[in-house]
Design a protein around this ligand. Structure first.
Ligand code: PLP
Length: 378
């Protein structure tokens, strides 16, 4: 049925394939019987295979079974769900929190519940696909502002609205590793009485004091009109999404966000892993230090190679390339030499790139090997 579409994708080198692992996530992974050095994971702290986290999951798996069996509004939730909500709310400095099945489902459900007819959403042009879908599902009018362009945002935010104004941004842009200008956004939102909705997916467990996220990175306390969304699926090594916000917002979402109301609760074992992961981040101060030390090492090591790394300020480091063919060639060169770093192509990004992610578990020699291999590809 889609033969011509698939052929078209194939002809323009845009056909994606799924490569499945035969090992846990980590600095090394096994694919089709071969071991690769891995620079493609968002498991920034290595928590998905951390013994304390996996033990919490397996103990809870034995105690509570596999599936949750129903949505939270029926019998799907357990005491662990409530405990994780209190824990993540405290971690984020918010009054309350609500769990969702995934980060994608948090955005797809919360945005249409928060912004409705008569409201205006202001969305950064490089926001994540789940935000774009959330905006499309909302009856609010969506205005897209140029990437990290506060002047453009101000020219749009000052337009009159019958209802609420909501500014939505990724905190760390997932394909660039750049950080949103949160202080300017806070100022504009305060000036125009807007709500700020921050997608902290790549900042939770990564940025700010103790990995608390982008607000902490900029030294801001969350105001009652700031909504923090996040995921347990990246630095926290587990799975599931959340919204941390004031109590009324959370109460409203329980009563209106369809992806919360009409979707089965997360398995208790997954929730237990998330609780354990937040605990590790709070208690193991060295972990975050190792991540940032490796990030510095990666930047220092590849700086001399002449790649365009854009505006990255985080463990996501793009090598922005001329065209799709070059991205595929370099990614293939690395793959052939045992290094996994896939090419990212349109429509995910406008400019093709290799997206490198470095983690706390990488060793100095891993980064050196990556740089040496890139040198022979360039
Ligand atoms: C990954 C990501 C999501 C989706 O989170 P999942 O838990 O993987 O569904 C949402 N927003 C951003 C910015 C992301 O990078």
């Amino acid at each position: 049925m889609f033969e011509d579409k698939l052929q078209e994708l194939n002809d323009s080198s845009l056909l994606r394939v799924v490569r499945d692992r035969q090992s846990p996530q980590g600095r090394e992974i096994r694919i089709e019987g071969k071991t690769y050095l891995n620079f493609s994971s968002n498991d920034y702290l290595g928590l998905s295979a951390h013994p304390y986290v996996t033990a919490a999951a397996s103990e809870t798996l034995s105690a509570f079974g596999t599936g949750a069996g129903a949505s939270r509004l029926l019998s799907g939730g357990t005491v662990l769900h409530g405990a994780l909500e209190r824990r993540i709310a405290a971690f984020k400095g918010a009054e309350a929190a609500l769990l969702f099945g995934s980060g994608f489902s948090a955005n797809a459900g919360a945005i249409p519940a928060l912004a409705t007819e008569g409201d205006i959403i202001l969305s950064d042009e490089r926001n994540h696909a789940s935000i774009v879908d959330g905006c499309r599902l909302s009856k609010a009018k969506t205005l897209v502002y140029n990437h990290r362009d506060s002047n453009h945002l101000e020219s749009l935010i000052s337009s009159p609205a019958r209802g609420r104004k909501i500014v939505i941004t990724d905190s760390v842009f997932s394909m660039d590793g750049s950080i949103a200008r949160i202080p300017e956004l806070l100022e504009l939102c305060a000036k125009y009485g807007a709500v700020l909705y921050i997608d902290d997916a790549h900042a939770t467990g990564v940025l700010g004091g103790g990995g608390k996220g982008v607000l902490s990175h900029f030294g801001s306390a969350p105001a009652h009109w700031v909504i923090q969304m996040g995921t347990f699926s990246k630095a926290l090594g587990s799975y599931g999404g959340f919204i941390a916000a004031n109590g009324d917002v959370v109460q409203w979402l329980k009563n209106s966000a369809k992806t919360f109301m009409f979707s089965t609760a997360l398995p208790a074992s997954v929730v237990a892993a998330s609780i354990a992961a937040v605990k590790v981040v709070e208690e193991d101060k060295g972990l975050l230090g190792r991540l940032w030390e490796n990030r510095r090492l990666l930047m220092d090591t590849i700086n001399g190679l002449g790649f365009d790394t854009g505006d990255t300020e985080t463990p996501i480091v793009p090598l922005i390339l001329r065209d799709v063919e070059e991205a595929i060639r370099i990614s293939g060169h690395l793959f052939g030499r045992g290094i996994y770093a896939p090419a990212i192509r349109p429509p995910t990004v406008r400019r093709p790139r290799i997206r490198l992610t470095v983690t706390a578990n990488h060793m100095a020699e891993d980064i050196e090997r990556l740089a040496q291999t890139l040198k022979t590809a360039h």
